[in-house]
Design a protein around this ligand. Structure first.
Ligand code: PGA
Length: 252
């Protein structure tokens, strides 16, 4: 089976201005066009209002565009929501689902996340399903149990191989400049791979498992060299073109 190609995903969250986002996209597109063959896939996830413009800005650069969330329904009376179909039409090929900030701010359950991931796949998008324990859960020794329960609850029944990605994001590591040790990341990623294999068999070898939480250009090489880490989901450091680009260059 072909080795998994690393995926470097930038989660812009609610970036403070469109101007910043469009400048970032233009700068990264220019770098990608000037670079030779890349060792990884690079993905930008802007807020919904910027997706189409960012898609146009990065066209032909090899950079991919993704959403940060989608509704589980393909359409209908859901004021304020965006469907996976609309994301795909606007230029997305990925969508993040179940980010801990959505689970927290919008009371999203794993069941809701699973339905969103299924909608994403139905629209031809690759969902990046986020899971991760809180600090209290880690302190209580519940990390693997929490991750397993979120993973099994959030994974669509027919998810298979490369058409789904997982992001392990410990809640306490997001935006805090704290990261788990390499051994801790490897343990959780190994557990995720094991659980994926129990559900989808051999296909699990094709699923990319990303790490997210305080990834920087300083720690990316070490994290990306960790066993079972197939990429990173980057928040803060993805808002600076040079830092994000250097994370991409850190791929083994
Ligand atoms: P961070 O965010 O890189 O700022 O910690 C990561 C994320 O929430 O995806």
């Amino acid at each position: 089976m072909a080795p998994r190609r690393p995926l470097i995903a930038g989660n812009w969250k609610m970036i403070a201005s469109s101007r910043h986002g469009l400048a970032l996209a233009a700068e990264l597109a220019a770098r990608a066009k000037g670079a030779g063959a890349m060792k990884c896939d690079m993905l930008l996830c802007p807020p919904a209002t910027l997706i189409r413009q960012v898609s146009e800005a990065v066209a032909g650069s090899g950079l991919a565009v993704g959403g940060q969330d989608c509704h589980a329904a393909p359409g209908g009376a859901h004021t304020g929501d965006v469907s996976a179909v609309l994301l795909a039409e606007a230029g997305c090929s990925f969508v993040i689902v179940g980010h801990s900030e959505r689970r927290r701010d919008h009371d999203e359950t794993s069941e809701m996340v699973r339905d969103k991931a299924a909608a994403a796949r139905a629209a031809g998008l690759t969902p990046i399903i986020c899971v991760g324990e809180s600090e209290a859960e880690r302190d209580a020794g519940e990390t693997l149990a929490v991750v397993r329960s979120q993973l099994e609850g959030s994974l669509p029944e027919d998810a298979a191989g490369a058409d789904t990605a997982i992001a392990y994001e410990p809640v306490w590591a997001i935006g805090t400049a704290r990261t788990p040790t390499g051994a801790e990341i490897a343990e959780v990623h190994g557990h995720i791979r094991h659980r994926l294999a129990a559900v989808m068999g051999e296909e699990a070898q094709r699923t990319r498992i990303l790490y997210g939480g305080s990834v920087t250009s300083g720690n990316a090489s070490e994290i990306l060299a960790t066993a079972e880490v197939d990429g990173v989901l980057v928040g803060t450091a993805s808002l600076e073109a040079d830092a994000f680009w250097r994370i991409g260059e850190s791929c083994p």
